[in-house]
Ligand binder design. Structure first.
Ligand SMILES: [Zn+2]
Length: 323
């Protein structure tokens, strides 16, 4: 989905609305392309990482949601409106990941020159997974091959916005895509080795259904306490079903996520202990070992890049589930 706006008239109008009648700051806009770096706003840290890898020195990327933020529940601030106004290009995930930003991203209540979703070139019939009675699952980045298609979209969008640096974007993207292809093979090999060691599909239990693409791509069985959006409530029936699954199948570990509160899975663990007292200790994976799901990690953590996030996740899953 690509949208265009009359520019810069809309910026000036919106700027006037934003600052009230006290005066209009025309400097809000990003300026012409080529006068400096291409100004890109990415909704999530995962998208920003792709932009950084492909855009290199020709792009200045701003991440709207800080690392650790849950994108399903993120409410844009008035400062975000100014951030949008300074963008040549806005890149979001799409598939309703940014569930509370529809008016900004689709309704165009704030100005920006161009917008696209990184999911734009995925085939809705064959590549986008459906859950919950037809809703589309937005967690596309966990199938590394699908994310490679998204990285190609990032490359194409940067090229459209800034054709003068098309060669650099192509070279960077080709290098990064090769790195991602190697990552995909690495995750596949580690998951296969774990499956052989267990003699069955590994069972991954997490806070919410962020890992369905991951599990489908790499041969795991996955269960999330909450649905594909953390905005959905957890019912006592959801908790009970997960408790029974853990108890009956002797699951060794369940995994919290860095961008989701841990209390839901803590309750599950308490209930498992009460209902299945003879079951060996079930480990609640938290803290530094929590999985990265909908956000990269903060600076200084292994999940600060997309490649680091994916590698941390598979290594942690192997560490806690291997026999
Ligand atoms: Zn999610």
């Amino acid at each position: 989905m690509t949208l265009r706006l009359p520019w810069p008239s809309f910026t000036i109008l919106a700027c006037c609305l934003a600052v009230g009648l006290s005066g209009c700051r025309e400097s809000e806009g990003p300026g012409p392309v080529g006068a400096g770096p291409l100004r890109v706003v990415a909704t999530t840290s995962i998208i920003a990482d792709a932009v950084r890898n492909v855009g290199g020195e020709y792009v200045a990327v701003t991440t709207l949601m800080p690392a650790g933020t849950d994108p399903h529940n993120y409410l844009p601030t008035s400062a975000d409106t100014e951030t949008f106004a300074g963008a040549h290009l806005v890149l979001s995930n799409g598939l309703h990941l940014e569930g509370k930003m529809a008016s900004q991203l689709e309704g165009r209540t704030v100005p920006y020159q161009r917008a696209a979703t990184v999911a734009a070139k995925l085939d809705h019939a064959t590549q986008v997974l459906k859950v919950d009675g037809g809703a589309e699952d937005p967690h596309i980045w966990f199938d590394v091959k699908l994310w490679m298609t998204c990285v190609e979209t990032v490359r194409d969008e940067l090229t459209t916005s800034d054709p003068a640096h098309a060669v650099a974007y192509r070279v960077n993207a080709t290098r990064y895509l090769a790195e991602l292809a190697a990552l995909d093979a690495e995750v596949r090999a580690k998951a296969a080795k774990l499956t052989v060691a267990l003699g069955a599909k590994p069972v991954l239990i997490t806070s919410h259904d962020a890992f369905v693409y991951f599990s489908k791509a790499y041969g795991l069985e996955v269960h999330g306490l909450q649905g594909v959006s953390t905005a959905s409530a957890t019912s006592s029936r959801d908790t009970e079903a997960l408790v029974n699954l853990i108890g009956e199948r002797g699951i060794k570990a369940i995994f919290t996520e860095t961008s989701v509160p841990t209390r839901g899975l803590e309750k599950v663990l308490d209930d498992v202990k009460a209902k299945y007292p003879k079951l060996g200790a079930v480990k609640l994976v938290v803290g530094d070992d929590a999985l990265y799901s909908d956000s990269l990690g903060v600076a200084g953590t292994p999940g600060v890049t997309y490649v680091g996030m994916v590698r941390h996740n598979i290594d942690t899953i192997v560490k806690y589930l291997q026999p």
